[in-house]
Design a protein around this ligand. Structure first.
Ligand code: F0G
Length: 491
């Protein structure tokens, strides 16, 4: 294993370390999140970010050519957790563009040249998730994983399914009932992942898959959600590409939608490391945008004053918040289905990113998200609803004077416009394709590669059975009953 890379607990009272060849989704000592950490003195970080430019002309033939071609791995010295370059699982991810968006900029009130959009929808599976998947699959290959799984609002599952099919691993995806856009569901099915449609929401799915990965090792699941710290290593590269496209000039603001809070956490880590290495002298400010119907971070930060506080996060405040949420039966609900998440697992890392990047958190309601999604498409390449939350957030910060029209602002467009065509069709024609879908005639699929989703109760036993294991493997495992069972519309 590489000397100088290790896993480390983010809790300052613990700080336990583990080898990168180990598999953990939280600290075995204290349960906190883990980071991939580096002892840079034992590694060969670049002396200057410009060093990366020589890779632009490499042909994608030999091993390093393949890696130079990837928009993630061409920055591999900044995520050096792999043993050899042969370990790396890459499908040509991260070749995305930063586009100066003057027409959209004028619409929201920015000066010419000042608003840029980072189109992460141009990744192979159509969302930013490929940046993290390539890193997590690299780790999965290093540890010899065969079965990889995630809970997802859609994009993680599409990305996992694509990487799994190309690297001959069995992909398993857990999706909440009726919560996933057709564009994303069709990808998971098409790439051959075992697709379990759980009668619960995203938060329930994540709880189940995480428990099986950790407590029922006999099922042999390697967890690919963003609690997997290797995912976030790959997602740092979005920031490197933005700097590269700006000739290494750091912008004033990065604005990103927040769901499970993995992406914003990775951004904070990227900038903290670049600063530590002396590769940049300024850190941009961060704005995380929640959907108003899934606004846990917004409320905890702005109404309950939750802070990173040197890693001593006030867990009682978080616990009380979730208890109140459960008591009131409150569930995340927004048309931006990608970020419809009530219990973001990377909460503490997001608080750290806010600390590192002097960040703010705002929320946008569904009407704003709808209008800004349409505006992005009208004056750009388009994006899915959740992505447009970033532009909606910018508009708010311009109105309240936090951002000036002459600031350099980059909005991250996390997913492709074609991920969720229902919303686009509904916006322009008033036709609700989802209700058409409910009354559509059904026939049994007969295609040779047909891969139907399987509806499963929100129960550990039913899920383990669906995964092909005998429920006796659950002996001694305690599990909670679902908070409530959601009705499932079969696809
Ligand atoms: N935008 C899109 C298009 C997403 O799919 C997601 C997350 C986010 C933003 C939020 O990113 O979770 O890192 O804060 N989608 C996950 C999924 C949850 O399962 O595909 P985050």
């Amino acid at each position: 294993m590489p000397d100088g890379a290790f896993q480390q607990c983010i809790n300052p009272a613990c700080r336990s370390t583990y080898g990168v060849e180990e598999i953990h989704v939280s600290c075995p000592q204290c349960g906190s999140l883990l980071d991939i950490a580096y002892d840079w003195n034992k590694l060969s970080p670049p002396k200057s970010l410009k060093d990366f430019e020589r890779r632009w002309a490499t042909k994608g033939t030999d091993t390093s050519g393949r890696l130079d071609f990837s928009g993630v791995w061409r920055f591999r010295e900044l995520m050096p957790f792999f043993r050899t370059e042969d370990d790396i699982v890459s499908i040509g991810e991260g070749r995305t563009v930063l586009q100066t968006a003057d027409l959209l900029g004028r619409h929201v009130g920015m000066k010419p040249g000042k608003l840029q959009l980072q189109y992460e929808g141009l990744n192979p599976s159509g969302s930013f998730k490929d940046n993290g998947m390539t890193a997590a699959f690299t780790h999965a290959r290093i540890v010899g994983a065969k079965k990889v799984a995630c809970a997802s609002t859609g994009n993680t599952s599409a990305s996992l399914a694509m990487f799994a099919s190309l690297s001959e691993m069995q992909g398993v995806v857990f999706i909440g009932s009726g919560k996933i856009s057709f564009g994303k569901l069709s990808q998971a099915l098409d790439f051959g992942a075992l697709t379990l449609q759980i009668k619960g929401d995203f938060d329930a799915c994540l709880k189940r898959v995480r428990q099986i990965a950790v407590e029922v090792p006999q099922v042999g699941i390697y967890l690919m959600n963003s609690v997997n710290p290797f995912r976030l290593e790959g997602q740092k590269s979005i920031m490197y590409r933005i700097l590269e496209a700006r000739d290494w000039n750091v912008p004033d603001w990065i604005i990103v939608p927040g769901g499970n809070l993995g992406n914003c956490s990775a951004f904070g880590k990227a900038f903290a490391e670049l600063k530590q290495l002396g590769l940049i002298d300024k850190i941009p400010r961060l704005c995380i945008v929640n959907a108003a119907g899934a606004n846990t971070l917004f409320e905890l930060v702005n109404q309950h004053g939750l802070k990173w506080n040197g890693g001593n996060v006030d867990e009682a405040t978080v616990g009380n918040y979730y208890a109140a949420m459960d008591k009131a039966g409150k569930r995340a609900h927004t048309i931006a289905s990608a970020i419809e998440i009530g219990r973001p697992v990377n909460l503490n890392k997001a608080l750290r990113a806010i600390d590192v990047m002097n960040g703010v958190v705002v929320q946008s309601d569904d009407e704003e998200i709808r209008e800004f999604r349409a505006a992005v498409a009208r004056w750009g390449f388009g994006c899915e609803p959740a992505s447009a939350a970033s532009v909606a957030g910018l508009s708010q910060l311009l109105k309240n004077g936090t951002i000036s029209p002459s600031d350099d602002v980059v909005c991250i467009l996390t997913g492709h416009e074609l991920k969720d065509p229902n919303e686009t069709v509904r916006y322009h024609t008033g036709i609700d394709m989802k209700s058409v879908q409910d009354s559509a005639p059904r026939t049994k699929p007969t295609g040779k590669l047909a891969n139907q989703p399987i509806v499963v109760d929100d129960s550990l036993e039913a899920i383990v059975r669906a995964l092909g294991s005998d429920p006796s493997v659950l002996k001694g495992v305690t599990f909670e009953e679902p908070v409530s069972t959601l009705p499932v519309k079969e696809y």
